[in-house]
Design a protein around this ligand. Structure first.
Ligand code: NAD
Length: 505
């Protein structure tokens, strides 16, 4: 218990980070951050109101010209220092993330924090690699070249499932490209976004380049999205809220980047390594208690392997240790809140009328009963068009369905509105290659499911949104391309003027 992050002391000055310092909100609305493992209040803060959004956007506007004019090398140096500061604070970041989300400390220590440090180092390097076409004479007597410029003030909105990594995915490409940013984390999970912004300041990134406003989605979020001085909206969250964000952003013709929900299929062909597929399915459906937009949620298993796969997954799920997130032996913590846990439980309770809950499907008793825990859950016998197969549950729930032909397996994988991620399991290179071509998703793994890397893009197809996070693709999203064209002839009356002046000499 002593090891827990002491939020009330650490953020005594408030949960808004504007112009390089912490300050309180002025909305008059208090928010309690709850430890989902215990139900205890761990931090109370005054949420941002519209005034904080306006102040943060002003701070970003003020910082923008200087930051945009810095050379790529200067931005890169500051971001390398940023990566070092984050690495020095790894322990605090991991404890803060575990406290607010209920994530096991081994997940935050081995995944969230090192992933964020690596991302920061990647974008420090990428800042010096903005690409464009070569300058040249594409039209006779004219020289053309490309300028790749920052967009301006970026307004970003992030979800609660990976607060630190989401802050990193939003902030890093934006500032590497010379923009300034105002980020709104989810109200439930402000700690690591604030620590991230503080580390940026400590690394020498100028005040106002990175700002955090912590407030309610509908009020503060929409004010940020609709703000006339914000040039781009970058949103990660559910598809439903993403549609609303797109509507609001349209009124001011903002550039939009939407990373939305997922319902990732996990397709097991009959020549797959069964042990690998079973272990892969349990790990990929339970990572972060299933609150992962790319988590394996629908396993399609070719008939010859179906029974063995179901019993293997059920047996392995029963061995997963639920517990205190701060205990290094805990495999799975609680869900982010009791409200969300009850929502997840609702999907499973409704599924009982049309499917079989093979294991899980309830809350653990004893010590863990006061937390927002939910047991690893396996559902079989659901129809493809049922809620448990089609809707994003965002909890530790895996549905397994059989299929016969390869055509059918791939068709089922593609049969939801989402297209964020998928995996194919086979030892046959031709089958696996076909699956990677035909599954409509922004990422397809072969014989694995979940790993992400800074160099490669993450982003959706279909209702999972558009735009990419991480990688040089995301850097490009945060720039605009300007064509500059010079006349080389120095002639007053140019040939093409004939189209206006006719044949006059
Ligand atoms: P959410 O959509 O409820 O909220 C996301 C953010 O939007 C929060 O900060 C919230 O305060 C804000 N918000 C809510 N209403 C708003 C409005 N009207 N205008 C502006 N902002 C508003 O999502 P969540 O429950 O926090 O997170 C889970 C969702 O995020 C899942 O659907 C998951 O798939 C998705 N997600 C996607 C990715 C990805 O990369 N595609 C990554 C992580 C999470």
């Amino acid at each position: 218990m002593d090891n827990r992050f002491q939020a009330q002391d650490r953020f005594a000055d408030g949960a808004q980070y504007i112009g390089g310092r912490l300050r309180p909100g002025t909305s008059g609305q208090m928010h309690h951050v709850i430890d989902p493992a215990t139900g205890d209040k761990v931090y109370t803060y005054e949420r941002a109101g519209r005034a904080e959004v306006d102040a943060a956007v002003s701070a970003a506007r003020e910082a923008l010209p200087g930051w945009a004019a810095a050379t790529p090398g200067e931005r890169s140096d500051a971001m390398h220092r940023f990566a070092s500061v984050l690495a020095e604070r790894a322990d605090e970041l991991a404890r803060a993330e575990s406290l607010q989300c209920g994530k096991p400390i081994k997940l935050t220590t081995e995944f969230d924090v090192p992933g964020t440090v690596d991302n920061t180092a990647f974008f420090a390097g990428a800042a010096r690699h903005l690409e464009g076409k070569s300058a040249g004479e594409y039209e006779r007597d004219h020289t053309s070249y490309i300028r790749r410029e920052p967009i301006g003030v970026v307004g970003s909105i992030a979800p609660w499932n990976y607060p630190l990594q989401m802050a990193a995915w939003k902030v890093l490409p934006a500032i590497a490209a010379g923009n300034a940013i105002v980020l709104k984390p989810a109200e439930l999970t402000p700690f690591t976004s604030l620590l991230f912004a503080e580390a940026a300041t400590e690394a020498g990134i100028p005040d106002g380049v990175v700002n955090i406003v912590t407030g309610a989605g509908r009020d503060v979020g929409e004010h940020l999205v609709g703000h006339p001085d914000v040039a781009m909206t970058s949103f990660t969250g559910s598809t439903g809220v993403g549609k609303r964000v797109a509507e609001v952003a349209t009124a001011t013709v903002k550039r939009l980047h939407l990373e939305l929900g997922g319902k990732a299929p996990f397709v097991v062909f009959d020549d797959a390594d069964l042990e690998a597929a079973v272990h892969g399915a349990v790990a990929a459906s339970l990572i972060n208690a299933g609150q992962d937009c790319t988590a394996a949620t629908r396993a399609y298993v070719q008939r010859p392997l179906y029974d063995a796969f179901v019993s293997g997954v059920a047996d392995l799920m029963r061995t997963v240790r639920l517990g205190d997130p701060f205990d290094p032996s805990t495999d799975m913590g609680p869900l982010v809140s009791h409200v969300h846990r009850d929502r997840v439980a609702g999907f499973v309770e409704r599924a009982r009328s049309y499917a079989t809950v093979v294991t899980g499907g309830g809350v653990p008793q004893g010590e863990l009963a006061k937390g927002a825990y939910y047991l690893p859950t396996l559902v079989t016998g659901a129809a493809q068009d049922s809620e448990v197969v089609q809707s994003e549950i965002f909890g530790p729930v895996l549905a397994v369905l059989p299929f016969d032909s390869d055509d059918e397996g791939i068709a089922l994988a593609n049969d939801t509105p989402y297209g964020l991620a998928a995996s194919a399991w086979s030892r046959d290179i031709y089958r696996a290659n076909r699956a990677t071509r035909e599954i409509k998703a922004g990422c397809v793994w072969v014989n694995d499911h979940i790993p992400i890397i800074s160099e490669m893009p993450h982003g959706g197809y279909k209702a999972s949104g558009y735009g990419k996070d991480m990688s040089s693709y995301s850097l490009e999203e945060y720039t605009q391309v300007k064509h500059v064209m010079y006349d080389n002839s120095a002639v007053a009356r140019k040939d093409w003027h004939r189209t206006i002046f006719g044949d006059r000499p």
